[in-house]
Design a protein around this ligand. Structure first.
Ligand code: ADP
Length: 326
């Protein structure tokens, strides 16, 4: 392999690589290393040209040592390796890996686990509390029916939560888009309207479906879940006797309501897991805080685009636009 090939390979790598000789002169340095070290190409000639944050790593360093450091606000893992020829040490390699994305993902996973435990514990505590009162004879006869109803409500909440968590973890684990087929959004919307008819009636909310057959390439159950979640929210966050308009046309699906709306400063956060504008309203109406996170995930798997328009006290419209040639 010649030098041109070697430097093409090194420059295509995501990890930064710097090779030094025994005097500390840099023999080569790839593009990723210059990027991570915030140096212009050619600006690393010796070990002394490395940023100050890296210097302590070299004190007493041994081949194979690794350490995570913060470089210009990003977490970077350093790895040091001796270069040997015929058993003799002739130089050293410094490898730099960007940990930014990895660490962010790790933090999100930890937060999600903590939230899940909390969300599951709350209904469980109520369930066992009511059951205990009945068991110990502390509930009067007239309370028993009420307690049973609360136990049922909290159990339903746990069931929805567990089912949403399973959906999310399946979406995280597998690229379900592999099972895509032509799907008509209008038919799925009709089914969702039918399923949520009684929930809408209870609130006096009228649901209108318009547009026509809208064929997209997608995974039927996921798209059905997406429409259900949007419609369910449009009903739950509506005002009494409000309206919901579902429309499928071209490559788009939109769900518009005349509900409470979403304050501007919450708008870019409501697609996060467990983020709610009003926790008590969400819980009182059977929300899990995961519906829109699922919607976002499904949209991404379909390479579709999600737009939100909302005004407080006026209503909300969420539109999903599918790609043209899929
Ligand atoms: P939840 O189960 O709490 O409804 P979602 O993930 O579906 O969870 O939605 C997150 C939050 O976004 C909700 O708690 C609510 O505050 C807000 N939200 C979602 N849809 C609407 C809507 N159509 N109108 C007003 N607020 C909404």
């Amino acid at each position: 392999m010649n030098d041109t090939m070697l430097s093409a390979i090194l420059d295509a790598m995501e990890d930064g690589v710097v090779v030094f000789d025994l005097e500390g002169t840099a023999l080569l340095c790839n593009d990723a290393a210059y990027g991570l070290l915030h140096k212009k190409p050619g600006a690393i000639r010796t070990i002394a040209d490395l940023p100050g944050e890296v210097h302590p790593f070299f004190e007493g360093v041994r081949s194979g040592s690794t350490e995570a450091v913060e470089l210009f606000g990003e977490a970077v893992r350093l790895r040091y390796q001796d270069v040997t020829e015929n058993g003799l040490r002739t130089g050293a390699v410094l490898i730099l890996s960007d940990l930014g994305e990895q660490q962010r993902a790790e933090r999100m996973r930890r937060e999600f686990t903590a939230n899940v435990s909390h969300e599951l514990k709350t209904p469980l505590t109520s369930i066992s509390g009511y059951a205990e009162m009945i068991e110990n004879g502390m509930a009067r006869d007239e309370d028993i029916r009420l307690f049973a109803e609360r136990i049922r409500r909290e159990s339903n909440r746990m069931r929805s939560l567990v089912s949403d968590i399973i959906t999310l973890s399946e979406l995280d684990e597998r690229a379900l888009y592999g099972q895509a087929e032509p799907v008509d959004l209008y038919t799925l919307a009709e089914e969702a309207v039918e399923t949520l008819k009684s929930a809408a009636m209870l609130r006096g909310v009228s649901v209108q479906l318009s547009g026509g057959p809208t064929l997209v390439k997608g995974v039927r159950e996921l798209l059905s879940e997406l429409i259900y979640n949007l419609l369910d929210n449009a009903i739950r966050y509506n005002r009494d006797n409000g309206t919901v308009s579902v429309r499928t046309a071209g490559r788009t699906l939109s769900v518009r309501d005349t509900g409470i709306g979403i304050p501007r400063h919450h708008q870019n956060r409501i697609f996060e897991r467990f983020y709610r504008v009003d926790k008590s309203r969400s819980k009182a109406t059977g929300g899990t805080g995961l519906g829109l996170a699922i919607v976002k995930h499904i949209t991404q798997q379909h390479h579709a685009e999600l737009t939100l328009k909302s005004a407080e006290g006026i209503g909300t419209e969420i539109t999903v636009t599918f790609p043209e040639n899929e």
